[in-house]
Ligand binder design. Structure first.
Ligand SMILES: [Zn+2]
Length: 388
């Protein structure tokens, strides 16, 4: 069954061979979906015959957002912490313990219902691929069940047993690293694609992070790193050295960090929801882009430091406060996210890619930044199925 979406005012393909500029823009465009794949893109007047047609009515279309960084297997609520922070207290990694206690106490059904709620919330705002992590269990049983629950709903699952040192190991961090790289890894590796570590003061130092990432890699997991969020540190350069798919946050960077990212194969994933929600310094996207670094943009959706599932909101922040152009921000939230997950079948619209796309109630993708906070996503196809 083939469907043509016609009369698209402006189509972002992210394939420069198909249209204008880095976004591969096509004006007055059409897209043909066949089953779960894109079969054809081009001008509406040249669209081939199909079984069905949907008239986009002059709306803009773009690939579904690829949100490559979230923490959605959790229970509980941290409204009070946010309220306190907005009343003057500063953010530290310690608040994670509140969510750990609530997550351990929750049933599987509660955790799954909560995950589905935020997956649906993201979908309504155009997210068609979402990575999510463990990291609020911090016991072998609770980390493995978080990954099992996540893997039932997304293929992009990350083992983050090394989110913080589990409270039971407060006096024995080395013992916790042993668990994370031993029995916990054994239980978790079968359910995950990625291994991650929070490499930060108050969480894990460079040596611990290296041990954890290397152990995960030896079990077939590919590294990604929470790096340089709260201050300068070894995370970014470790990520590049170990061939991580992505270094995430990248807020506090030295010139050597930027050079390493520019020369290596690691994507810099920027998460402005975290800086927004902690009133912290913005990451400098302009500096990274000018150095030739591949930049992704994601929500970091989690109940503590960035409780937004909205990629459009992050695009608006990146344009307003991080020096990105609207084109760059849209690319980073689609093709950039795909690069951070090492995927070539999503994040662009070209023959053979997955039919994940959305229509905006606007004539151009620029409106995502031009009209902040406005729910512009008016239709979503996921794997060729109309999901919204
Ligand atoms: Zn995170």
């Amino acid at each position: 069954m083939s469907t043509a979406i016609i009369n698209i005012s402006s189509l972002v393909t992210n394939d420069p061979s198909l249209g204008e500029g880095p976004l591969g823009l096509i004006q007055d465009a059409a897209v043909v979906i066949d089953d779960d794949r894109i079969a054809w893109v081009g001008g509406t007047s040249k669209a081939p015959a199909t079984d069905n047609a949907v008239d986009a009515g002059g709306r803009a279309a773009l690939p579904g957002f690829v949100d490559s960084h979230s923490h959605l297997v959790f229970a509980g609520d941290r409204t009070a912490e946010f309220n306190a922070r907005m009343s003057g207290q500063s953010y530290s990694a310690g608040g994670i313990r509140t969510t750990v206690a609530a997550t351990r106490a929750a049933t599987d059904e509660e955790l799954e219902a909560n995950l589905l709620r935020y997956l649906r919330e993201g979908l309504r705002q155009g997210t068609t691929t979402l990575e999510t992590k463990s990291g609020y269990g911090l016991t072998t049983r609770d980390e493995a069940r978080a990954l099992r629950i996540a893997a039932a709903h997304t293929e992009e699952v990350t083992y983050l047993g090394a989110h913080i040192v589990a409270p039971e190991f407060a006096d024995d961090p080395a013992g916790y690293v042993e668990l994370v790289t031993g029995g916990m890894l054994d239980a978790c590796a079968p359910h995950a694609r990625w291994v991650d570590v929070f490499c930060e003061k108050g969480a894990f130092d460079g040596d611990q992070a290296r041990t954890i990432l290397e152990a995960g890699r030896a079990r077939g997991l590919t590294p990604r790193v929470h790096a340089n969020q709260l201050g300068h540190g070894p995370g970014v350069q470790l990520a590049v050295e170990l061939g991580a798919a992505s270094a995430d946050h990248c807020t506090h960077l030295t010139d050597a960090d930027v050079d390493a990212l520019a020369q290596g194969g690691t994507v810099a994933t920027l998460l402005p929801g975290a800086e927004f929600s902690t009133r912290a310094q913005w990451p400098d996207a302009r500096r990274l882009l000018d150095a030739g670094v591949t930049v992704a943009l994601s929500t970091d959706c989690n109940p503590g430091s960035s409780f937004t599932s909205s990629v459009p909101f992050c695009i608006a922040l990146a344009v307003r406060d991080m020096g990105m152009t609207p084109d760059e921000a849209v690319w980073s939230a689609t093709a950039g996210g795909a690069a951070a997950l090492r995927r070539s079948d999503i994040g662009r619209l070209a023959p053979g890619t997955r039919a994940d796309l959305l229509l905006l109630d606007a004539p151009s993708h620029v409106h995502l930044a031009y009209r902040p906070g406005v729910p512009l996503v008016s239709a979503v196809w996921q794997r060729g199925v109309r999901a919204l």
